[in-house]
Design a protein around this ligand. Structure first.
Ligand code: PYC
Length: 318
């Protein structure tokens, strides 16, 4: 029977399941090449790790790899209920906390290879992790998007390691009790943006003032696969910082506290380095379990339940 060793954690409420042993040999090459191999030849691993009954729609998986350069700690591939993520901010904080928990860090500084470039992270005195993300930017100017059934909204598109459609003036309250409405609106907006050819966008970020939760901003982030991010989303916070900078509302070094829908928060700031806007995101992760996943060949759901009428199929219709 095949077995996978995993460590579970959550970062500001959003879970990460790190696969530390038992995965397939993906050969050598860049993380992007090994991701293509995992996706094309071994997608069973993603399904077994994050789908029900072992996982759930909200679970993000992270497969650790041997690094391809000597100065990197490891490579990492992120995945979720419907496929592969290019980067993951909360997941990176979870991976670093997992490596610390396992005693695998030689110093408080970590360099991880991802399929969109190297990211570095440092463990702070209080146990939080500060991630130096990939260069981020807003794509073009804000524009008006007609969302059928809802109206016309000013939107922005930004890269923070994943592609985000950001909407601030949506007129909806960002409250946990309204997750159904927020999800339905986000899916409709995503569908409208895709219909206009912006098919690279895979996350929607609804923003609002964060005063009620003691932050500068609050967000609701819908992930590919239809689950909402329980954390303020590391790549989403990076995209937001890039938009704030483009509006002249954030300067280098200024701290921006970004709360998510649960009211948990990340601290963000930007630095201009070699002409690029680099987001620094600080958050805290907690290890919640160390387990072995058993993959019994006669289990009808050994590779997960793929056809439940969950938010995943909801997303596919969008
Ligand atoms: O923190 O970047 C993030 C993220 C992406 C999807 C879920 N979390």
């Amino acid at each position: 029977m095949q077995k996978l060793q995993v460590i579970d954690s959550h970062t500001a409420g959003e879970p990460t399941r790190v696969v530390i042993g038992g995965g397939p040999d993906l050969g050598s090459g860049t993380v992007a090449e090994r991701l293509a191999n995992l996706r094309d030849e071994h997608d069973w691993l993603r399904r077994a790790v994050v789908l029900e009954p072992r996982g759930s729609d909200v679970m993000v998986g992270a497969l650790l790899l041997e690094p391809s350069s000597a100065d990197a700690t490891c490579g990492v591939i992120y995945f979720n209920n419907v496929g592969y993520l290019q980067m993951c901010g909360h997941g990176t904080i979870g991976v670093v906390e997992t490596l610390r928990h396992l005693g695998r860090l030689k110093s408080r500084q970590v360099k991880l290879e991802t399929c969109v470039g190297d990211v570095t992270a440092g463990i702070d005195e209080d146990g939080s992790v500060t991630l130096r993300n990939v260069p981020s930017y807003r794509k073009g100017e804000p524009w008006k998007l007609e969302v059928p059934g809802y109206g016309k909204f000013e939107v922005e598109v930004a890269w923070g390691g994943n592609w985000f459609l950001l909407i601030e003036d949506h007129g909806m309250k960002l409250e946990l009790s309204r997750v159904g409405e927020l999800t339905a609106f986000s899916l409709a907006a995503l569908k409208a943006a895709h219909a206009l050819g912006a098919t690279e966008i895979d996350h929607v970020e609804l923003g609002s003032c964060g005063k009620a939760v003691g932050a500068d901003g609050q967000n609701f982030v819908l992930c590919p696969g239809g689950a909402y991010d329980r954390s303020p989303c590391g790549t989403g916070t990076s995209a937001k910082l890039a938009c704030l900078y483009a509006h002249g509302k954030l300067v280098e070094g200024q701290i921006w506290t970004q709360a998510g829908i649960l009211g948990t928060s990340f601290r963000g700031r930007i630095a201009m380095e070699e002409g690029h806007l680099i987001p620094y995101i600080t958050g805290r992760a907690y290890v919640t379990a160390e387990s072995t996943l058993n993959l019994q060949p006669d289990d009808p759901f050994v590779y997960g339940i793929g056809a439940l009428p969950t938010t995943s199929s909801f997303q596919m219709e969008a």
